[in-house]
Design a protein around this ligand. Structure first.
Ligand code: 13P
Ligand code: SF4
Length: 301
């Protein structure tokens, strides 16, 4: 069944000159039919550099939107239009405008997990892979508003020693990863190292050995010399880790780390989206242009 689907997808991909991008949290079978699997930053760079006419984005809405911001001439398909990111929905462009009004000369650093309209009102974007570097590049002596993830912002503040105004957004999936889960796994596997995503709560980050983007976790595993890694992020990443470096044993901090929106994408929906060329991402041109400035500033760093 899956092989048949994969063949149909491959045929349509050639016909449409399409590229399939998948985030590291996607279902195993979706990762397996993708041309490229990566973190938000890696996928943005791929979307910007491909000469495909169509991008099928297996991820959530803000990721597909970022691809469209960078490549307006391409058709960007999100196989399930309801695959959103609750954290991205925690700030609107109107709320951002009101918040900006409170601080003279404010610079806005916007996590890529945000809508195009919110990016359009921001100075620069960041992902979890480059947030520290982005904040370090901001002008001194001007306030910095970091949106929407308070925990990533908190992590960056500690790393950079820069004062940030934080917006109270958070990821409901990473929120479910607790210090007690780390303690339980560490008691079973005392020699294992613990890697978590910087969207986790500060106490969880403190209890881990490293806080890394999903791409950073993949790279860490490539050079790891121990037997076991305990992973504190969305559990979809375990498939790629096990596939690429099978000699290491990977365990989730907890099985609760599941993003229901990422899991909305199935290979059937990938096929249908290529057949129907729907659902397509559309962004008003004035919003896209302003959002592009913030995304390009990030990519230029
Ligand atoms: P990465 O940029 O690390 O892939 O993370 C994206 C994300 O949505 C994490 O929840
Ligand atoms: Fe958004 Fe969290 Fe899902 Fe990432 S894991 S897409 S931040 S809800």
């Amino acid at each position: 069944m899956n092989e048949n689907l994969a063949e149909k997808i491959a045929g349509l991909k050639r016909e449409r000159n399409a590229l399939i991008l998948a985030h590291n949290y996607q279902r195993p079978e979706v990762q397996d039919i993708a041309d490229y699997t990566g973190d938000s930053l890696e996928l943005s760079r791929k979307a910007a550099s491909t000469d495909a006419d169509v991008i099928v984005f297996c991820g959530v809405h803000f990721m597909a939107e970022t691809a469209k911001i960078l490549s307006p001439e391409k058709t960007v398909l999100l196989p399930d239009e309801d695959a959103g990111c609750p954290m991205a929905d925690m700030i609107t462009a109107e709320q951002l405008d009101r918040e900006k009004g409170k601080y003279d000369g404010v610079q806005v650093v916007c996590y890529v997990n945000s809508s195009a309209a919110v990016k359009a009102g921001s100075d620069i974007c960041c992902t979890s892979a480059n947030a520290v570097q982005v904040v370090q590049a901001m002008e001194a002596n001007r306030p910095i508003l970091f949106i929407p993830d308070q925990y990533l912002g908190h992590y960056v503040m500690r790393k950079t020693h820069r004062e940030l105004v934080l917006w109270p957004g958070y990821c409901p999936t990473h929120m479910k990863i607790g210090v007690e889960d780390i303690a339980r796994q560490k008691s079973r596997y005392p020699d294992a190292r613990v890697l978590v995503h910087p969207e986790c709560r500060p106490d969880v980050i403190d209890a881990a050995d490293e806080a890394l983007s999903t791409g950073g976790i993949i790279r860490y595993a490539r050079t790891y010399r121990g037997n076991t890694l305990i992973i504190g992020t969305e559990t979809g990443i375990l498939h790629r880790l096990r596939k690429e470096n099978p000699e290491v044993e990977y365990l989730p901090v907890t099985n609760r780390g599941l993003c229901p929106n990422m899991k909305r994408i199935t290979i059937e929906k990938v096929l249908w989206s290529l057949e129907e060329m729907e659902p397509q991402i559309a962004i008003p041109e004035d919003v896209r242009r302003r959002a592009l400035t913030a995304v390009e500033r990030m990519l230029a760093l």
